[in-house]
Write a protein that binds this ligand. Structure first.
Ligand code: AGP
Length: 598
């Protein structure tokens, strides 16, 4: 989840690098640094905190080539010493890195035995010293030799004092893009950080080494053979990177959800309200062969998978599960050619989800991914991918991408239900009709935020908060709890409402708050009983439902779609609670937008 920037060209490198790092800040922001060379003279500047802190150095940094980095700490505390770039002992090499070198301890011991002195606790510094150790004046050969000794993942930007006019880059598992324009060549861990500056964009592949010069970008394989790269296209769904008048990106993106859902659905539902996926096709024969459907993802995307699994069992009558990717990849899942695996990821770079995708493909499953970033690794490696059109999501706590993912899952369920024959066309058309009005229902909820600001007082005044629900409502409270936790830092949890009495109810007293979602007609009375069990023991409660007696009434919608409606209030409660607590809402502590390490 770190951010890498590089530039070589006719302009001063410092400001270009800092501009790019600020666009990448969402990837990780506990520290930042950059290295700029002017006629071979290297200057390295580092700060703890945001890359904007580097601006105070930019006037003094002359040089038309440089690399930069925003860090999300994996090895070593967020300090200036551990911030990238890292230099080799003699200063010959300077390196920025995103990823994890799994054998760094072993390499560090060898290098220290060879007399190399380390200044940081990072795995990255090993790469700088290893390059120096392997150096034989052939730069490309040196980089290849060093890379073959690394185990793990890396996206690298490398400067070498003997080659003052080029940047070397390399990639394995962690994303890396390069671009060229008349003004120079650019490097970034996310294409959107350089797309506006480039005429041509390229995505590095695993095992590739790139050489950027002010008027060229060349790529080689690990053996030094030249590779011809095709350009990648960036669709301009990213919108403008400003808050659009909102105080935080999170609030802006909460309000962008109707558009995100509408735009996503517009690509998969045609004018006759038929569901058509651009590059996911399943024949009736194939659909009828499916014996198991696994939704695999992390965090909020996993919560979307929970909805998918419940809906598949309900509407397709096929054995379905939602799995956390970090568990799925190690639990030896039962997978065969009759398994459909649905991988869900906003960033398309989540390491655990990518590993799960690779496992599913290796095991012969049919795999379809739901991804928000077009040139992401998961999108590239999927047989079939359905894109959400939420646009660039800046706030670390996902909202609009989550909703767009849900919309795709709803459409996928209906598409498959007709294919397997458990839903007739008339019923499907009716559901599709409801799906298409979801954006308007979301807009209704967003039209009055005042009550959510008031409810935040109740939340901050509680010692213990538990979100409860049953069925689809339970999927919604799982996401509601994560949202509150990640932006307000208030410990809370979500529970199947029927589960409270099996232990957790012992926590309930007059300082407790139960937030219950009860949109399910079939299960509402049971959830209300569970609420009463808690309030009888002193807890306060907030109910979110489509009935008039609810504390927060949401528009009526079919059960299957209720999650997309009832989660909106919980996003606003989380936002206003975090605001009341003066939290760093768009960049919560310890979190990164894209978790590209295990
Ligand atoms: C959601 O608010 C979190 N930021 C986090 O749980 C996120 O959903 C998870 O890390 C998965 O990310 P992805 O969708 O990019 O794979």
């Amino acid at each position: 989840m770190c951010g890498i920037m590089g530039y070589v060209g006719e302009e001063n490198a410092a400001d270009i690098i800092i501009d790019g790092l600020e666009k990448l800040e969402y990837r990780g922001y506990d520290s930042a640094g950059m290295a700029v060379t002017d006629c071979g003279k290297l200057a390295v500047k580092k700060v703890v905190g945001s890359p904007s802190g580097l601006r105070k150095f930019s006037d003094g940094l002359i040089g038309k080539i440089g690399i930069g980095h925003t860090r999300w700490a994996t090895h070593g505390a967020p300090t200036v010493e551990n911030a990238h770039p890292h230099c080799s002992m003699s200063g010959l090499f300077t390196v920025v890195h995103n990823g994890i070198i799994e054998n760094y301890a072993e390499l560090k011991a060898e290098l220290e035995a060879d007399g190399y002195i380390f200044k940081s606790d990072t795995d990255t510094e090993v790469i700088a010293h290893l390059l120096e150790k392997e150096y034989n004046r052939d730069l490309k050969g040196t980089v290849s030799a060093a890379l073959t000794k690394l185990k793990g993942s890396y996206a690298l930007g490398i400067l070498c004092a003997d080659y003052p006019d080029i940047i070397v880059c390399a990639k394995l598992s962690s994303p890396l893009f390069a671009g060229t324009s008349s003004g120079g060549a650019y490097l970034a861990s996310d294409a959107s950080a350089i797309a506006s500056r480039c005429d041509r964009l390229y995505r590095l592949g695993d095992g590739e080494i790139g050489i950027l010069a002010k008027d060229s970008f060349k790529v080689y394989d690990i053996d030094g053979c030249r590779i011809r790269k095709s350009e990648v296209k960036i669709k301009s769904y990213d919108g403008t990177l400003d808050k659009g008048g909102y105080e935080h990106f999170m609030l802006k993106e909460i309000h962008e959800q109707p558009v995100a859902v509408r735009r996503t659905l517009s690509e998969i539902i045609d004018e006759k309200r038929r569901i058509k996926f651009k590059n996911f096709k399943m024949t009736v024969q194939d659909a009828k062969k499916i014996q198991k459907i696994s939704f695999v993802a992390c965090g909020s995307a996993y919560h979307v998978g929970m909805v998918g699994a419940y809906a598949c069992e309900r509407f397709l009558h096929i054995n379905s599960e939602a799995c956390v990717a970090s568990e799925y990849r190690y639990k030896n899942p039962v997978i065969n050619e009759n398994t459909l695996v649905v991988v869900i990821s906003q960033s398309g770079e989540t390491a655990d989800t990518l590993a799960a995708l690779r496992l599913a493909k290796r095991s012969g499953a049919k795999v379809v991914s739901i991804v928000n970033v077009e040139n992401s690794t998961i999108a590239q490696e999927s047989d079939s991918v359905i894109f959400t059109r939420a646009g660039k999501e800046v706030a670390v706590a996902t909202t609009k991408a989550y909703s767009a993912q849900l919309a795709v899952v709803y459409a996928l369920i209906l598409y498959l239900a007709v294919k397997v024959g458990t839903m007739n066309r008339k019923d499907c058309d009716s559901y599709v009709g409801e799906l298409c009005v979801l954006p308007e229902k979301i807009e209704q909820i967003l039209s009055d935020e005042s009550k959510f600001e008031k409810l935040a007082d109740t939340v901050v005044d509680s010692d213990y908060i538990c979100f409860i629900g049953r069925g689809f409502d339970y999927c919604a409270v799982a996401e509601a709890s994560l949202k509150l936790k990640e932006v307000s830092y208030i410990p809370c949890e979500s529970y199947p409402a029927g589960e409270l009495k099996h232990g957790t109810i012992s926590l309930i007293d007059e300082k407790s708050l139960i937030i219950a979602m009860c949109c399910s007609d079939e299960l509402r009375t049971k959830t209300v009983s569970n609420i009463n069990e808690a309030t009888a023991r002193g807890a306060r409660s907030i109910t979110i439902s489509d009935t008039e007696d609810a504390d927060i009434q949401v528009p009526k919608i079919a059960d299957i779609f209720s999650v997309l409606i009832e989660v909106i209030p919980s996003q606003l409660i989380a936002y206003y609670t975090a605001k009341k607590r003066n939290c760093e809402i768009d960049k919560p502590r310890n979190l990164a937008k894209s978790v590209t390490v295990e």
